[in-house]
Design a protein around this ligand. Structure first.
Ligand SMILES: [Zn+2]
Ligand SMILES: [Zn+2]
Length: 245
C-alpha cells in the first residue's frame, strides 16, 4: 500500500512505491566507491526504494517520475522490474487516463521508463514535462524506447518553469544536465539530487554516477538551503526533513 500522504500549500502529495531492491551487480559497487568520502558501516548494503509521487491540486492529477517500467524496460538490466506503479496508482484511485501531467525529474531509466507501456505512452492523456538539456543528452535505449514514443506529448522546459500555480519545476543540474526538482511550498520532490542519507550529512559528497559531480553538489547544497522537506527518489521513507542533517 502507498505510504502516508502529505498536504503542502493545498497540494496533496502521495508517495508511490514502484520497487525495492539492490542495484544489479554490474553497476553495484561498495558504498565508499559509490560515495567517495562518505562513512559507512562495514559491508553496508544500499537497498534502493524507487519512489514516484502523485500530486493532486485544483482538480489536476500530476505524476512526478514513472519508475523502472515493465519487464522489457531500459532499467531491466539493473533494477527489479517490473515496477508496481500501475498497481500503486490504482490503489489510490487513479487510472492511467486520469493523469494530466507527467514531470520527469530526469531521463535515467529508473525514473522515466514507466512512461511507456506495450504500445506507446502509458499515460495517454498526459503532457510530459522534461528539461531540454536532458532531451539533448539522452541516448540509446532511453531515447529510442522512452523519449521517441512520447514525442507528440512532450512539454519541453528551458530551465526553471512554473507548471501550475504553486508547483514549479526547478532546474537542478549535475546528476544529469537537465535534472529538475518539483517544488511545492517548502517541499521538493528531489529526484536524484540527494541519493543517500550520507549526502544530507555532507552535501559535498558526490555520487559516482553523477554526470557532473561538482555541479550536482552545488545543486544539492542550494536545494538543502531552499526547502524544509525532501520527497526523495531512493530513501526508504519518502519524506525527509532537511533539518535531519
Ligand atoms: Zn538518476
Ligand atoms: Zn534514481
Amino acid at each position: 500500500m502507498p505510504h502516508e500522504t502529505k498536504i503542502v500549500s493545498g497540494v496533496e502529495v502521495v508517495p508511490l512505491c514502484d520497487a525495492v531492491g539492490p542495484m544489479g551487480t554490474h553497476i553495484r559497487k561498495p558504498l565508499p566507491e559509490m560515495f567517495p568520502g562518505g562513512t559507512f558501516e562495514e559491508g553496508e548494503e544500499w537497498i534502493l526504494h524507487f519512489h514516484c509521487y502523485l500530486l493532486r491540486a485544483a482538480g489536476r492529477t500530476i505524476l512526478v517520475d514513472t519508475g523502472i517500467g515493465g519487464t522489457g524496460s531500459p532499467a531491466a538490466s539493473w533494477a527489479p522490474v517490473p515496477g508496481r506503479l500501475p498497481e500503486e496508482l490504482s490503489a489510490v484511485g487513479v487510472a492511467p487516463e486520469d493523469v494530466d501531467l507527467v514531470v520527469l525529474t530526469h531521463l535515467h531509466s529508473d525514473h522515466a521508463s514507466g512512461c511507456v507501456g506495450g504500445d506507446g505512452p502509458a499515460f495517454p492523456n498526459a503532457r510530459h514535462a522534461v528539461q531540454r538539456a536532458d532531451l539533448d543528452w539522452a541516448r540509446g535505449p532511453m531515447f529510442d524506447q522512452v523519449v521517441a514514443p512520447l514525442r507528440d506529448s512532450l512539454q519541453i522546459l528551458d530551465g526553471t518553469t512554473e507548471l501550475l500555480p504553486g508547483i514549479t519545476a526547478v532546474h537542478t543540474p549535475g546528476h544529469t544536465p537537465g535534472h529538475q526538482t518539483v517544488e511545492v511550498g517548502d517541499l521538493a520532490l528531489s529526484g536524484d539530487v540527494v541519493l543517500h542519507p550520507v549526502q544530507l550529512r555532507d552535501p559535498s559528497i558526490t555520487y559516482v554516477y553523477d554526470d557532473d559531480p561538482e555541479l550536482a553538489a552545488r545543486s544539492r547544497m542550494a536545494l538543502l538551503e531552499r526547502v524544509a522537506v525532501l520527497a526523495t527518489g531512493h530513501f526508504p521513507e519518502p519524506f525527509t526533513p532537511t533539518s535531519a542533517r
